[in-house]
Write a protein that binds this ligand. Structure first.
Ligand code: WQD
Length: 337
């Protein structure tokens, strides 16, 4: 089977391409390199000894996306491409609505024209907003507090309507919790542009002495040590979850939603302490005010993905910390820019 992966050179996309190739799928990548680099394509080949077909195009460009489908018999699409920085989405909402919605609508239109019926969408636990109870189940109320999260929620609504109208479609919506870590080879990993917004990329740069100190955003939450609790999932587990989702996608009709998380929450200080221990490094930190929009705790009930997809995360928090740092150590020169 031939799978089109949009955003396939990005953090989660590249790890998913590796697992797809390892599972003997043929892979075609579309990426506009706005938040990724072309050298990831060679790294994917180095890891798998297979080189995916690559198109440097923007998913919003309908004419070029159509060419990809005409040149390749695409059996299914995994759609990662999209902007994902919460803070940036607050300051530039139009950029986020235009890009994230337009790219998805374009893709769905071309899929209909080219008779492609299988779609796996990269959504986010952010659609649950501030959950009233924990762990979070897929049928919990949905609400969002920033334009990035709202684009994910709007796309989920679009997919539900498209699924009602087109009975030939099969759609799997995957709601990621907090993906961190890197491939064990250290060849691919998370390399955000500029100063990282997310916790793990920031910890890594402090440990690597590229940044002086980690700011811990609040220690007065109603959590065991007062700092924010999240469900961190290894990016390789997340990638393998997409393989399980694909297997389901091509064998059913309709739309289904799945949490991809471990079901275990760890605090900011849990992550800092584990990172220091497994990597034998120091991560100096200071407690500062809460970050606006943050919630105290968020972790998944992973039961539905286990029962219906046969998916269960295997890597623990120590693996995530070790692999995140290993990636930086293996890519020191390129990481500092
Ligand atoms: C984790 C915890 C912070 C940075 C976001 C998006 C979500 C998804 C994952 C795309 C929180 C604390 C963080 C720092 C800190 N992205 N923190 N100092 O906010 O749970 O989720 O990324 O899908 O949609 O919302 O992840 O890594 O930013 O924060 O103390 O420098 O670490 O307060 O408790 P978050 P995060």
């Amino acid at each position: 089977m031939k799978i089109l992966v949009t955003g396939g050179l990005g953090f989660i996309g590249s790890h998913t391409c590796v697992e797809l190739l390892n599972a003997n799928y043929e892979v075609v990548i579309i990426d506009n390199l706005s938040n990724s680099s072309i050298d990831v394509l060679d790294k994917i080949e180095e890891i798998t000894s297979k080189k995916p077909k690559f198109y440097e195009i923007d998913v919003c460009d309908k004419e070029k996306v159509s060419v990809v489908f005409k040149e390749n018999k695409i059996d299914a699409v995994i759609h990662f491409a999209g902007y994902k920085a919460v803070g940036e989405s607050v300051s530039e909402p139009l950029k986020y609505y235009r890009n994230n919605l337009d790219s998805t609508l374009t893709l769905l239109e071309v899929m209909k024209e080219e008779n492609c019926h299988n779609f796996v969408f990269s959504s986010s636990a952010t659609v649950y907003g501030s959950p009233k109870e924990l762990p979070i189940k897929e049928d919990f109320p949905l609400s969002t507090t920033n334009p990035y999260g709202t684009t994910k929620l709007m796309i989920e609504r679009i997919l539900a309507d498209v699924s009602k109208a087109d009975k030939d479609l099969s759609i799997i919506v995957l709601r990621y919790f907090n993906p961190i870590g890197a491939h064990k080879s250290g060849l691919i990993g998370e390399k955000p542009n500029g100063i990282p917004n997310n916790l793990m990329p920031y910890i890594v740069r402090v440990a690597n002495k590229e940044l002086p100190i980690l700011s811990v955003f609040g220690n007065d939450y109603d959590t065991p040590d007062g700092t924010g609790v999240r469900d961190y999932i290894h990016v390789v587990d997340l990638a393998k979850g997409h393989i399980k989702a694909l297997e389901k996608c091509v064998n059913f009709k309709g739309i289904e939603y799945y949490n991809l998380g471990t079901g275990t929450g760890y605090s900011v200080l849990d992550l800092v302490n584990t990172f220091e221990k497994v990597n034998n490094v120091e991560v100096p930190y200071k407690i500062v005010d809460r970050r606006p929009g943050d919630i105290a705790a968020c972790y998944a009930d992973p039961t539905k993905a286990y029962k219906e997809l046969g998916f269960k995360a295997e890597y623990g928090i120590e693996d995530m910390c070790r692999d995140s740092y290993n990636f930086i150590l293996k890519n020191k020169e390129s990481h500092n820019n």
